[in-house]
Every structure is written in C-alpha cells, then in structure tokens.
Ligand binder design. Structure first.
Ligand code: ZN
Length: 221
C-alpha cells in the first residue's frame, strides 16, 4: 500500500490542494502544523478534517490552542496571534483533539520521539540519538516533520524520514514537498509540486500578515 505523508501545511490552501490532488486515491497521513504563517487556517483545517485525513499535533497547532508562543520568532508569533483570531471555534476544537503521535503503518510524531512537539531532527542529528528513537516504538519506520526539510536516514534496517513541508518549504526549493511511503517495499519517495505561490502571497498581504512570510515562500526558505 502507498501512503502519502504530508506535514507542516501551515494554512497554505493552494499548496495543500495540489498535494491532495496528486495523492488522490492514496491513504494520506498528516504530521502536524496544520496552521500558522499563512492565511488559510480554517480552509486547511476543514479540508483535512472533511477528507478524514489522520493528523497529529504540531507546535504551531499547540501554540494557537494555548496562546503560548514562547520560543517563536516575532513573525511566527504575529502569525499565531492572527490565526487565533481567525480560527472558528469548531476548528479550534478539532485542533485540540489532535493526538501527539501516529502509530499504525509507521510511527510518527511532529518533532522527535523524545520531545514530540519541540525537538528538531535534521539529517546530521547524532546517530546514537537517532537509534534511540526506536526504543519508543516497535515500528521500524519513523516519520517526523517540524524541520520543513525533506530527508531519509537509513539506520541498518530502520528508516527515519521527513516529508518536508507542504506549505512553507525551507530547503531553498519553493515547491510543495511531501512523501510517498510504500508499505510493501518500505521505500520512501520525496515528491515536489509547483503551486500558485502568488495566490498565497497576495492573500498574506491582504490579511495584513508580515510581507516576509510572502517573500520566503518564493525563495523556499
Ligand atoms: Zn512547521
């Protein structure tokens, strides 16, 4: 079975629509950060909910639920405050029920198995710590989000991968990023898709969100 793994959608509706279209017919799993940064938090939350896509909680989802943006840069905080005002009560309720982990065909958390909502795991993470993540699960494949950088790390027979970010890629490639995990061959494929960045940057400006959030989408940073 092929599963499309998406993460860090960050209220970017045009990017999410493109990815869902490409993944149609596949099971889809979302690794958190549904909201934050971009101007379509309700549309994104409702689309994921209505399609019955299992999602886990990200640090930006938690920040809009608690109002606690400690550790966020000023622009991320600004966007979180804006999102709190914009989100409907129904969508807040949906976010508040997101679980912290996904444990089915593979194990997934937003950040790291040790600190699910906080720790960033990049490909150069110490191998010893990467191996220790498997103490927390019986699964041999772990999927992580949070960094907005797509990668695959092979540790003997075990795999850790990150699908990158749908809504705010940070590897200098502005295209939406997602992964397809094949449960039979246990292979991971990272895919990139063009989408209408101009539509989002225009909406960012109209919403009164910082212009830097629009600029960075075009740069993939
Ligand atoms: Zn994120």
């Amino acid at each position: 079975m092929k599963i499309a793994v998406i993460s860090d959608v960050h209220s970017n509706l045009p990017a999410l629509e493109k990815v869902l279209e490409a993944a149609s017919g596949m099971k889809i799993v979302c690794l958190g950060d549904l909201v934050g940064y971009n101007p379509f938090p309700n549309e994104v939350t409702e689309l994921l909910r209505d399609k019955g896509i299992p999602s886990i909680m990200g640090n930006h989802d938690l920040a809009v639920l608690t109002g606690d943006t400690k550790g966020f840069n000023p622009i991320a905080s600004w966007a979180a405050e804006w999102t709190i005002d914009a989100l409907t009560e129904e969508n807040m309720d949906y976010l508040s029920e997101l679980p912290v982990s996904y444990d089915n065909e593979f194990y997934a958390v937003h950040g790291s198995p040790n600190k699910p909502l906080k720790e960033y795991v990049f490909p150069d993470h110490p191998p010893k710590i990467l191996s220790s993540f498997f103490d927390r699960t019986t699964k041999s494949v772990i999927a992580l989000g949070h960094t907005h950088i797509p990668y695959q790390i092979d540790l003997d027979e075990k795999i850790i991968f990150n699908p990158g970010s749908v809504g705010q890629p940070r590897d200098m490639d502005p295209r939406a990023s997602y992964a397809i995990f094949d449960t039979d061959s246990r292979s991971v494929e990272i895919n990139r898709l063009d989408y209408e960045i101009d539509e989002v940057s225009k909406a960012i400006k109209e919403a009164g969100l910082p212009g830097l959030l629009a600029d960075r989408l075009h740069l993939g940073w």
